[in-house]
Write a protein that binds this ligand. Sequence first.
Ligand code: GLA
Ligand code: CA
Length: 686
Amino acid sequence: MKTMTSLLAAMLLTGVSATAAMADAVPDAPKFDAQGKVNLVGVNDILTYKALPSYNQPDFVAALEKAGKLPPLKDRLPKEPMVYKTGNMKDGIGVYGDVMRHVIGGRPEGWNYWAGQSQGWGGIDIGLEECLTRTGPLFQVKAEELQPLPNLAKGWEWSKDGHELTMHLIEGAKWSDGVDFNADDVMFYWEKNVLDTSVHPLNGATPDSWGVGTTLTKVDANTVKWTFKAAFPSSALYEMAYGKFCPGPAHILAPQHPSNSKNSYEQYKNAFPGTYMAMPTMGAWVVVDHKPDNIVVLRRNPYYWKVDEKGNQLPYLNEMQYRLSTWADRDVQAVAGTGDFSNLEQAENYVESLKKSADPAAPARLEFGQRTIGYTLDFNYSANGWGDTDERSVAVHKLNRDLNFRKAVTMMLDRQRLGESLVKGPFTTIYPGGLLAGTSYYDKDSTVYYPFNVDAAKKALDAAGLKDTDGDGLVNLPGGKNVEITLLANADYQSDKSLAEGVVAMAEKAGLRVIPKFVSGKDRDAARDAGKYDWMVIRQGTEVITAVQNTDHLAPIGPSTTDFHKAGADGKVDLMDFEAKIVDVVNKFIGASDPKERVDLMKQYQKLATENVYQAGLTVYPGALIINKRFSNIAPGAPIFMYNWAEDNIIRERVYVAADKQSKNEVFPNTLPGKPGSAPGDGLVK
Ligand code: GLA
Ligand code: CA
């Protein structure tokens, strides 16, 4: 493990060699060792499901139970709760109390995750949504046992031919308002939110996400059955984790769905606004307060269905806070100790954060992982009426579909400088696009890279039919005005803005006008989802790290599975020839079960994607987890981003604070969530 000081020294001393790259080979990344050593285990070492002889809860909850304000604990728990194994908990069985103070840059739009409302990110929805399976903690599972962890689905069996998957749901578990969780919740999510394509769940679940032609049926109250076109499809169980298969409370949602009410789809989406507290959840904490632009507070869920081996009902932490600030402030506060957690991911903040955390007396630990923060420049490929339809953008989308044009774009980008504009030192490295180097399916020999070369870029623009016909230094559309391209970027992150500004300046040098559009939060998401952009700077999802999670984002296998190419009004995606090949490869990968075949398919994907500049990679760098030193049970080497974000990876429900280190920061001590729909900060059980 590297110490902070040696890392800091390495960072300040290492010059990154700017060796000229071969025409088609990616330069090797500067060495950067991840700091924490992961302790690899099997799935069964982490958890099991079983009834224990007795159960415990915090004293204040026991007192509320005694006062008749809650049913007895054993009636609140499922028949066989999920039990976390002590051996896999770094610091063992915990104690109750304290709070984790998050700081986030997003804002809750409302609580209807299933109809696409964002809760402000930063781990709010990750904590509220429990899903059939779970993948965040898989960074610590050995390769030979690698498969998603059970979660709401406590087990499953495949049929002999691999086309059917029977899933057993946890039995007798309850939503945070005490209502039973069962297969009807699962079916309501599937039928009325996924199959009903007028509803768009957050994180992009579509009927094609589990492979085209997949079906799901209810067998009995605790059993559901999937059928797949392919045998033993490799991605299916991964897509049942966050964020694609996390059912909502049907007893609350169904009455508002357009099929059961006079609501429009928009009204359904907005039926649980930011002021609606205690939206029932299967998660460990329930939202009890929301002061806009100030704070969201969650209190422990007295019906939570997970325990430790001593029968202590989880979570250990009584409260979660999310201060509504900026993402950059998250880093600052976590380092200073006024916040408790950050995914250090905006490279502009690295030097300052490293320096401050290097002090042994610093309140927080900072630990770097692998290079998993990758940015691309995405091209809007829809020439089918999806997104902007004015003459200018139609012409640009057509250009986007021309390989000469994309080659010009990729060669005008000086990725070395783009990376260094964020942070100097051994962090950032060149990213040609496709799967990230160092991840399990990455293959260097299948990766095609077009190095920075302005002259070659200019020639490629010419080959795409773009010439500067009026001599102002910028290329024109044939017989028309200068080409103008809009570039969408997320205004909430300095790194996104810096990269977009770099792209604009580099394009200008090659004679191409690009106009940045910096948009915040949900408006950025809305512009992205509606195709209101020509190009977009975007932080890549887990698909380029794991390939098995979010596989449906890799290519438009369905009408709306991929952000940068969706179907027009006719429901069809206007695939380019090479893209049809990518779709074919991705479909095969989703259906493939043979490990060798899967490796080979991802090589094909990598070749097709990078040779054709499907998404132009920009830069890739490691992120660091910053966490206050008072917390116990943080697994070493937990990455900030892999199968999921660190908010999932660290298994917050079993994180605790030792008695002598507990803070006095709970804002609603000794209380439990009130009734669904209660007002912010009101109606708590005490
Ligand atoms: C945002 C943040 C990430 C992470 C996720 C969790 O995207 O930038 O670091 O916290 O939210 O959803
Ligand atoms: Ca011109």
